[in-house]
Write a protein that binds this ligand. Structure first.
Ligand code: ADP
Ligand code: MG
Length: 666
């Protein structure tokens, strides 16, 4: 009779919650265990309902279905007229976030967040601006008597206080329907009574309250009591004693405080991303040691790659530098058809005019002729065999030579047929001993030449180590020393920006047309360079591939730890889902965490490699490291890619967790 009276009150209103023949069964031990056997139930706005029944009767199962944490195996469930079977995971999350507010027996607060931050969590997922969030969370906690405890962690609060924090959290986004599963079950009588007083007040302010309890004394404060036994409704009656309780209607915890104008904007998306970032950061800080160990794998991998590439580049640069000192990018023209041509001595077509023609070419950086012959060197009573080479002022530039004392030739020296010479280190030692040769005169085949400079000591084919070498302007050599009007060879240094083969072809064309036939041959350093640089490239690639393997191992380490982290934090994931996190929110949080671990590891790896590199280089000069911006950038990109690739699987498995099973995990 009383039950029909209750229903009569609501014939006009639309039910908030409407269950029709709801069944829920679990797969257990190969068979199906049905826990709810066709529950039909309507709950109207503003009601305060207690669901009562013995332990194991299916109350929590029913509550989870009402709260959209779980779905019925049969029957229909409508929230506000919408069939929940038609809703996707994110729409169900939206219902949990904006419509329901959960209060659990074991509070289910996040241990690493403060009271105020715990209360804010549902608003984060709803896209409420940080300032507004903090204000409302502080206001709610203050109303619930926790104004002095905003920054306390759950572990620093009593059970009753924790439950009040969880009530504030349920109200954060409005909490039009408050679902409380044994809210007093873990509390002492006094705290339990306080919680019940708050719930009654909330009901008086317009919140619909659905309360699950096994305790008839707790149920007594509800205005409608539904009793279930063994998965079926046994009775559903109004509780007349409770009708007048707590209805002061002051309205200060009203649920219309929040308007989510931001919820769909880019700004809200950015905010949620930022929150996911902060959450990931906190999770990393909360597990410092584990984070560090995970990072170590990435650090070592990145160090291996960066240092190996730097080593390989350093080695190849050193080899190239050595080759350069032998005269990089030089092309030499010799008379005769090929090397060792017996007629080459008689070929006299390579002349000064060829030299001028070549030096006018754009590909020629500098051009130098050479006339060369064995000579007799004399000074005072000393006599030596040596080699005299007539060169241009450019010759020293062609081979990259400097003098250790005195000066090089000038263009004027060459033009004036100046009778001067530059001698190499050996000649200086043999002819002059420890005195400075500059300014003195030597006789070369009886021609007096004033020494103007001494060449620095350097390995190069230009200076024959088995002979005493004397250099003089080629003009002087041709007119005064050798009395010949042709050249022994011409060396061209190819200008930067021109490839040696191109310059070589142009030279052949030019000289052939000048001479009428190809009575000369050409040699260049390019061929050697090419084979060496391709060898070092292969070497670099091979050794980098090996280093990349260590990065992959590091990445697997990240995946492993992230999987552990997901398992460990299953309950946290469940709580976040219960208060309205979307699958994407959970995914983002874990993915960002993986990427951050890898990125920080990547930066640390690069920094450590640099530090180690400078230490090594200060200790020994035999190892050359050449760091390139590209390898550093590649390392950082690679480490974030590793984070995404190896973090994806754990993040996805976290986002696909069933909220109920996740919550049940301890
Ligand atoms: P109550 O909250 O009324 O104590 P529950 O709704 O938690 O009861 O559980 C009802 C029945 O369903 C119990 O017998 C329980 O063993 C069973 N049950 C609950 N959850 C699961 C599950 N995930 N798998 C199998 N059986 C379950
Ligand atoms: Mg239960």
């Amino acid at each position: 009779m009383a039950g029909s009276g209750q229903k009569l009150q609501h014939t006009e209103a639309k039910p908030l919650v409407e269950l029709e023949g709801v069944r829920r069964s679990y797969l257990q031990g190969g068979g199906e265990l049905e826990v709810l056997h066709g529950i039909s139930l309507k709950i109207y706005p503003g009601e305060m309902v207690a669901i009562i029944g013995p332990s194991g009767s299916g109350k929590s199962t029913l509550m989870n279905i009402i709260g959209c944490l779980d779905t019925p195996t049969a029957g229909s469930y409508k929230v506000n007229g919408t069939d929940t079977a038609k809703l996707g995971p994110d729409e169900l999350a939206a219902l949990r976030r904006d419509f329901f507010g959960f209060i659990f027996q074991r509070y289910h607060l996040l241990g690493h967040l403060s009271a105020a931050e715990n209360v804010e969590v549902p608003a984060i997922y709803a896209g409420v601006r940080p300032k507004k969030r903090a204000e409302r969370s502080a206001l709610l906690l203050e109303k619930l008597g926790l104004g002095q405890r905003l920054s306390y962690k759950p572990a620093q609060l009593s059970g009753g206080q924790q439950q009040r924090v969880s009530i504030a959290r349920a109200l954060m986004n409005g909490g039009q329907i408050i679902l409380a599963d044994e809210p007093t079950g873990a509390l002492d009588t006094k705290s339990g009574a306080e919680v019940m007083k708050i719930l009654t007040e909330l009901n008086a302010q317009g919140h619909t309250i659905i309360l699950v309890t096994h305790d008839p004394k707790i149920a007594a404060s509800a205005r409608r009591i539904i009793s279930i036994e063994d998965g079926a409704i046994k009775s559903d009656e109004p509780n007349l004693q409770a009708e007048e309780a707590g209805a002061d209607g002051s309205g200060h915890l009203s649920h219309s405080l929040i308007k989510n104008v931001w919820a769909k904007s880019f700004r809200a998306f950015y905010d949620r991303f930022k929150e996911a970032f902060i959450m990931a950061w906190r999770a990393m800080l909360a597990n410092r040691m584990r984070t560090l160990l995970t990072m170590l794998g990435i650090i070592i991998g990145i160090m291996a790659v960066v240092s190996v590439v730097a080593l390989a580049r350093g080695a190849s640069e050193q080899i190239m530098a050595n080759i350069s000192s032998l005269g990089t990018n030089t092309i030499t023209v010799y008379p005769g058809e090929r090397m060792g041509d017996v007629r080459s001595g008689r070929v006299r077509t390579l002349t000064e005019r060829d030299l001028h023609a070549l030096s006018g070419q754009p590909f020629a950086d500098s051009v130098s002729p050479s006339v060369q012959a064995s000579v007799l060197l004399r000074r005072a009573n000393l006599e030596y065999n040596g080699t005299a080479q007539g060169v241009s002022a450019d010759m020293f530039r062609v081979y990259g030579y400097q003098v250790s004392s005195g000066r090089l030739f000038t263009v004027q020296d060459v033009e004036r047929n100046a009778q001067i010479c530059i001698i190499d280190h050996n000649s200086a030692e043999n002819l002059f001993g420890s005195t400075d040769p500059v300014g003195k005169t030597i006789l070369v085949n009886s021609v007096p030449l004033a020494v103007v400079g001494v060449l620095e000591e350097k390995d190069s084919p230009f200076v024959r180590p088995d002979s005493l070498n004397v250099y003089l302007p080629y003009t002087a050599a041709m007119t005064r020393l050798f009395k010949q009007n042709y050249l022994s060879s011409i060396v061209v240094r190819v200008a930067d920006g021109f490839s040696t083969p191109v310059a070589e072809r142009a030279m052949v064309r030019l000289l052939t047309s000048r001479h009428g036939r190809q009575d000369f041959f050409i040699q260049s350093s390019d061929t050697i360079m090419k084979s060496i640089s391709s060898a070092t490239l292969t070497f670099t690639l091979l050794i980098s591939a090996i280093a990349v393997i260590s990065l992959v191992v590091g990445g697997i380490g990240v995946m492993n730890i992230m999987l552990v982290s997901v398992t460990e934090r299953t309950r946290e994931i469940g709580i976040r889902m219960a208060v309205g996190a979307r699958q994407g929110d959970i995914m983002a949080q874990f993915l960002i965490e993986a990427v951050m671990v890898c990125l920080i590891g990547g930066f640390a790896g690069v920094a450590l490699t640099f530090a180690l590199g400078s230490v090594v280089q200060s200790l020994t000069s035999s190892i050359t490291l050449s760091f390139s911006a590209v390898s550093v950038l590649a390392a950082v990109l690679t480490s974030s890619a590793i984070g995404i690739v190896f973090g994806f699987m754990p993040a996805r498995s976290a986002s696909r967790l069933n909220p109920i099973e996740a919550l049940a995990r301890e």
